[in-house]
Every structure is written in C-alpha cells, then in structure tokens.
Write a protein that binds this ligand. Structure first.
Ligand code: TXA
Ligand code: MG
Length: 342
C-alpha cells in the first residue's frame, strides 16, 4: 500500500476525511502524540487499525471527538463530574472512560462495555474529525511496543506502507499520551497518568481521585511476544497497561537515587561501556521541569535508536505530578531495568 503524505490545507484535510469515510486509516497530529485515525463506528476500519499496529485486539481505542454533542453518540450517561472535567480540560490531554452505547462497536472498545473518549487540542485534528463526520478511533500511531510518535516522520518510520495517509502537521506539544480517567464509578480513578495531574483533577472535581496501583508497579515476567505475565495482584483496569510498551531497540537502564550520585554513577557506567566499545545515550532531565521531560522523552528514544546507541542510561525523576507520568513511560521503556544508586 502506498502511504500518501498530506499537508494541513483545507484540500488535504478533505482528502484525509474522504479516506476515513471510506474505511481507510490516516495518521494525524494531536497535542499529545500522533494518532492513527479510523472511523470509530466502523468495525471493519477499526479492525484494520489493530492489524496495522500489530496491536492485541483486547486493547481498546481512544475515541476522538470534536464537540461535546458527539459525546451523546457514544454514551447515554453524562454525569455532573464528567461535565466538570469537560469544562475544565477539553479540548485537551484528558481521556474519560464512560459507559458505551450499544452502537459503539465492541471492536473499538476491545470488547468492553465502556468507551474512552477525548477531545484533542489540535485544530488539525478537530477539523479532520468534523470533515470526516464521525468520531475517530485513535491509538498512538506507532507499531505496537514502540515509543509513541511525536512527529509525522516518526509515524512514517513505523507505519509507511501499512496505512493510507499521514497528515504532516505540527510536532506534538505535550509529547506523552493523555491522562486516562475512569468515570464509571463514584470515585474517579486515574488509569494512565499524563500531564493533567491527579491534583488538577481533584481540584476540578472538588473531590479525591484514585490512582490505579498498576501505574508504577513492576510486572513479573515479560514474555517474548510482548505480553506481560503478571502476578495475582496486577490487575490493571486499562488493558493497555499489561502490554510491553515504548521500548527502544537499545538496552535501557534507569538510575534512581540522589541526583548528584546518579550523575556520578551514570558517568562511571559510561566510561565502562565506552571502554567496551559501546555507544552510549544519556537522558538527564531537570526535576523542576517535568513537562519538558514529557515533551522530549519519546523523541529522544527514537533519536537514540536511529543513531544506533547500544545502551541508554536515564536518571529517574521524582514520581509526583507530571513526573509520575514520565516515570510511568520510562519504567516501561526500560522493561523495569532499574539500578538503585546508594
Ligand atoms: O494522547 C492520547 O491519548 C493518544 C492520542 C493519539 O490521542 N492516544 C493514545 O491511544 O494514547 P492508545 O490507544 O495508544 O492508548 C489508549 C489507552 C490504552 O492504555 C487503553 O488500554 C486505554 O487507553 N483504554 C482505552 N479504552 C479503555 C476503556 N474502555 N477502559 C479502560 N482503558 C481503556
Ligand atoms: Mg499507545
């Protein structure tokens, strides 16, 4: 399949929308990461998304909408809490898991009776959804298991020849995927951390939100097929959490501990590794600016892979606020290969 590269002109958005209307797949920009769009209400089109990504079929899609009205096509239940979050954070990097209407194909929801919905903060994405006239299923536009794409070139690297078109839009501002919050019970529960933090969510709701304990937990065994074999107590509510994720080709080690000691430990390990003739990539972010870390992380993993490094050494950030979201990705990328620095 020839993958068309499109721009963001009205004409090109029209071409992309026509592809979506006829059941095709289009890579599109959002403020978080690039998405792989398909008509969310068309089972066959969504089926092609799983195939193009090599994604397990019980891992459901996030459905993207362009207006609050479209929410009514997807769910019968819009609670005051949901309204508050829409008001505070949409369009933006927040996904809400809500009860799904029967019309939402179970291929889209990975067989669940709930559906994950978000309104992206990207004018290109919003125009595309409006022109296509349907909500868009949009997982991150990477091959399953690879780091999420934050530029159109990343999407091309992973998916050219496997999808119909890529819209070459702006690089992503946020750089990691949206915060996912489950709104189906009284106490909202964060299933995936993002740059909208637990604190911001509880402020907007005027009540506590829960955090799924699976978020930072180390699963037990990683099997060859990318499935994680997990202990009895590892029961994430978000199916995506149980798969191997975001992995660079290089070996990756996370150094955790006092920042100064971590720097030294990384420098020492670098000397050792370069002595063996290895090529080393180093990731050290400013703890006071985790948003910048979020913005750069996936792109850096991809850049290191392109330059052929053998090992990536990363300094851990503090696991609160946006740092929690970055560390959730970093732990998975490294396959939980963590070195405690004393
Ligand atoms: O920022 C984002 O959310 C990006 C952009 C493209 O919008 N999309 C994205 O989609 O990250 P994806 O498919 O890579 O991740 C979706 C996550 C997965 O962890 C999945 O398991 C979870 O959301 N999810 C989707 N539907 C769910 C549901 N009904 N219940 C619980 N978790 C759900
Ligand atoms: Mg993804």
């Amino acid at each position: 399949m020839e993958t068309r590269i499109l721009g963001i002109s009205e004409k090109d958005i029209q071409v992309a929308a026509d592809i979506l209307k006829t059941g095709g797949l289009v890579g599109f920009p959002t403020e978080t990461v690039y998405g792989l769009g398909a008509n969310a209400m068309d089972s066959e089109a969504v089926g092609k998304v799983y195939a193009a990504k090599g994604r397990p079929s019980d891992n459901p899609m996030i459905v993207h909408i362009a207006g609050e009205k479209e929410m009514e096509r997807l769910t019968d239940v819009i609670t005051p809490d949901m309204k508050r979050l829409m008001e505070a954070f949409w369009p933006g990097p927040l996904t809400m898991v809500v009860p799904a209407r029967p019309e939402v194909p179970r291929v889209t929801t990975g067989g669940l009776d709930t559906v994950a919905v978000r309104m992206p903060d990207s004018s290109t994405a919003l125009e595309l959804i409006r022109e296509a006239g349907c909500p868009l299923a949009g997982p991150s536009a990477n091959l399953s298991g690879h780091p999420s794409p934050t530029t159109a070139a990343h999407v091309y690297d992973d998916l050219h020849g496997r999808i119909d078109a890529i819209i070459q839009g702006e690089p992503c501002k946020v750089g990691i995927e949206s915060t996912v919050i489950d709104m189906t019970s009284d106490k909202p529960m964060i299933l995936r951390p993002g740059i909208i933090t637990p604190e911001e969510l509880s402020t907007a709701l005027g009540k506590d939100v829960g955090i799924d304990p699976a978020i930072l937990k180390k699963p037990e065994i990683v099997k060859g097929d990318g499935l994680l074999e997990t202990g009895e107590d590892f029961k994430p509510k978000s199916p995506g959490m149980k798969y191997k994720h975001y992995a660079p080709k290089a070996e990756m080690i996370i150094f955790k501990g006092d920042p100064e000691k971590v720097r030294l430990a990384i420098a020492e390990e670098k000397l050792l590794r370069t002595g063996y003739g290895q090529k080393v990539g180093i990731i050290i972010y400013d703890n006071d600016n985790p948003k910048e870390a979020a913005h750069r992380f996936f792109a850096q993993l991809r850049a290191f892979d392109k330059s052929g490094v053998d090992v990536i050494m990363a300094a851990a950030l503090e696991e609160d606020g946006v740092g929690l979201a970055v560390m959730n990705r970093m732990f998975k990328s490294a396959g939980y290969n963590i070195r405690e620095v004393k």
